[in-house]
Ligand binder design. Structure first.
Ligand code: IMP
Length: 176
């Protein structure tokens, strides 16, 4: 089986993650210890790289939600699989997502985390499929805007395949 064609190279990802890390470090410089919440599983590589590109005090949490089936479109129904374990009340929170497609997942996550009464919630997504938006949700930090195609690699999968590719690749119709 051939490798998925490259949409965003390893170098381009590395440069953009470094930029985001610098921007976040500046924006949160005076705000105390930032809680970065990675959304499992897709964000685990992005979160690991982003967190190591930052220069402010930060702690890491994870949250898990159900994802769609095998490469299909979101139904809008999102289910909480694992909530954050640490106490985030009164803390500044950054949700770290791999990709925002319809926006249903991010909107749902904001609701779940608001119930923990943090001081603030901002959102960061490596990828954004702006054309696919179905709900209005603010993404404060975006790595790259992409077209409505299924992408894999750098944490993202297609039916659990290609998660550990070092670049973002496009799933071609032949691979589906
Ligand atoms: P949303 O609720 O439609 O915004 O979908 C967000 C979630 O769908 C992401 O966290 C991913 O798990 C998954 N997803 C959406 N598009 C893609 C893609 O192109 N590749 C891999 N996962 C995707």
């Amino acid at each position: 089986m051939s490798l998925p064609p490259v949409l965003i190279s390893e170098e381009a990802i590395r440069d953009r993650v470094a930029e985001l890390g610098a921007q976040l470090s500046a924006d949160y410089a005076d705000k105390g210890n930032l809680v970065m919440i990675g959304v499992l599983k897709g964000s685990f590589i992005f979160l690991a790289d982003l967190a190591r590109r930052m220069s402010i005090p930060r702690t890491i949490e994870f949250i898990a939600v159900s994802s769609y089936g095998r490469g299909s479109k979101s139904t809008g129904a999102v289910r909480l699989v694992m909530d954050v374990r640490g106490n985030i009340e009164g803390r500044h929170v950054l949700i770290v997502e791999d990709i925002v497609d319809t926006g249903h997942t991010l909107k749902y996550l904001i609701g779940v985390l608001e119930a923990h009464r943090p001081a603030s919630i901002r959102t960061c997504a490596l990828l954004h499929k702006a054309e696919s938006a179905e709900v209005d949700v603010d993404i404060d930090y975006v790595g790259f805007g992409i077209a409505d195609e299924w992408v894999v690699g750098y944490g993202l999968d297609y039916a659990e395949r290609d998660r550990t590719l070092p670049y973002i690749g496009i799933v071609t119709p032949d691979d589906r």
